[in-house]
Design a protein. Structure first.
Length: 210
């Protein structure tokens, strides 16, 4: 019997390498709204965060949130054709699909961007693609996904690369694999005590043990 019937992948930092693009956008927004260049510490803090976290860090009024979010999406959309998937991840997705497991992806990135990347790389393994953000954090988005697809937390595993991914999974009582090739370093991820670590894509297959 399979340990997990549903496997959910995060997008940025797990499937695709968008780190440099998010860094550039975060720096650009910071310089525009604070009229100064951010220090290295601030760049690290902003990198990979969702648009709501960036807004809070920049002390931008919430009334400007809709227009700023559009700007953020536009900046990323303009660069999406340059984004590449991580080496080995497509083969992992193919192997999982062959087992008959339900395969999904959860991302704060836009549905259009996800579809573009998957079509460009001929990735058609997902049973569902869920795109969403929340002012209340990723745990709320994951909770909505589980409810939308009637998934049992005990039979679901989430694969992410950030502290917030681990926290979201734990709040929803979902097991989590933390990958070490994404946004957060292993030392930081370890503090959140994920259920498993994957140091390379094929480690995911070993962990799932089909």
């Amino acid at each position: 019997m399979k340990k997990f019937t549903t496997i959910i992948f995060d997008f940025d930092g797990v499937i695709v390498d968008t780190k440099n693009f998010y860094r550039e956008i975060a720096i650009s927004l910071y310089e525009e709204f604070r009229q100064e260049k951010p220090q290295a510490k601030m760049v690290k803090k902003l990198m990979g965060e969702n648009v709501f976290k960036i807004i809070r860090e920049l002390n931008i009024p919430l009334t400007k949130l809709p227009s700023l979010e559009r700007r953020f999406r536009q900046e990323l959309n303009a660069k999406i054709d340059q984004v590449k998937i991580f080496r080995g991840i497509k083969d992992v997705l193919r192997q999982i699909k062959k087992t008959g497991s339900t395969l999904g992806v959860l991302s704060s990135n836009s549905q259009e961007n996800l579809n573009f990347i998957f079509k460009k790389n001929q990735i058609d393994f997902f049973d569902f693609i869920y795109s969403g953000t929340s002012l209340f954090g990723k745990s709320k988005v994951l909770a909505k996904l589980l409810k939308a697809y009637h998934l049992k937390a005990s039979q679901t595993i989430y694969i992410g690369d950030e502290i917030r991914d681990i926290q979201a999974a734990k709040k929803n009582k979902v097991k989590v694999i933390a990958v070490t090739w994404g946004y957060n370093k292993k030392s930081l991820l370890a503090k959140e005590k994920p259920d498993y670590f994957a140091n390379q894509p094929q480690d995911i297959i070993k962990i799932l043990s089909f």
